[in-house]
Design a protein. Structure first.
Length: 239
């Protein structure tokens, strides 16, 4: 049997708890002032510290704290989407697609400021490091896996659409290089499009662009993602 994990020391537990307090204060700042207004000085003041110097042992600067919040947000969204797909394991790819979409929407509506941090406007002066790449690609890779499963099971039925031209294939090379050899470029295009359309629909709702147009956002969203899924070939027209 594998060895039990070594218990955390009191100092390690205290560090974890204090890091959690820092992030919670930073999220409150995001909600009140947006990412531009995030500062270690403000976070220190929010958690009752006289100066921000103690925070530098945890985050060497605002960008490091921002990166941690971005990574947490991507992971939380990926966890929500992954849990929905797992819970819908007995459904066909169309049903799992719809479950994933609703999980993404539900998380974004419940955490609008964190969603805005990862799918809103770029933060001026901040460049996300490579640390955010893996968590940031969890959602699109989940979507891509659904399309691949649908294709393997004969449930991928794209409508008439132009084949991806060579220029588009070349532009997808960074992604294709991370996928199993022989993955059809057209299937990858469908998965990337699904991710784009899903996040576009969620963003329009979260950022209030359809508030005066759509009276029942959830009902409309349900129809919308089914329609998108049908257009991209993962949802049968009869669904």
């Amino acid at each position: 049997m594998p060895a039990s994990p070594k218990p955390l020391t009191a100092r390690e537990r205290a560090r974890i708890e204090f890091t959690r307090d820092i992030k919670e204060a930073a999220r409150r700042q995001l909600a009140e002032h947006g990412p531009d207004g995030l500062s270690l000085r403000g976070v220190a003041r929010d958690i009752g510290l006289v100066s921000a110097s103690a925070l530098y042992r945890y985050f060497p600067g605002r960008d490091a704290l921002l990166t941690a919040l971005i990574t947490d947000s991507y992971d939380a969204l990926g966890d929500a989407a992954g849990a929905a797909v797992t819970a819908a394991a007995d459904r066909d790819p169309a049903g799992r697609w719809i479950a994933l979409c609703h999980a993404v929407r539900d998380w974004a509506v419940a955490h609008p400021h964190e969603y805005a941090l990862i799918y809103g406007s770029p933060v001026p002066g901040y460049t996300a490091p490579e640390d955010t790449t893996a968590p940031g690609t969890r959602l699109p890779f989940l979507i891509g896996a659904l399309f691949a499963e649908a294709a393997a099971a004969g449930g991928y039925r794209p409508g008439p659409s132009p084949a991806a031209p060579e220029e588009a294939r070349r532009s997808l090379r960074p992604l294709l290089d991370r996928l199993p050899g022989g993955t059809p470029a057209d299937l990858v295009v469908a998965g990337v499009s699904a991710w784009t359309y899903l996040c576009g629909a969620v963003s329009f709702e979260v950022f209030g662009h359809r508030a005066a147009i759509v009276a029942d956002p959830r009902a409309y969203f349900d129809h919308e993602v089914r329609r998108i899924g049908t257009l991209l070939g993962i949802v049968p027209p009869s669904a």
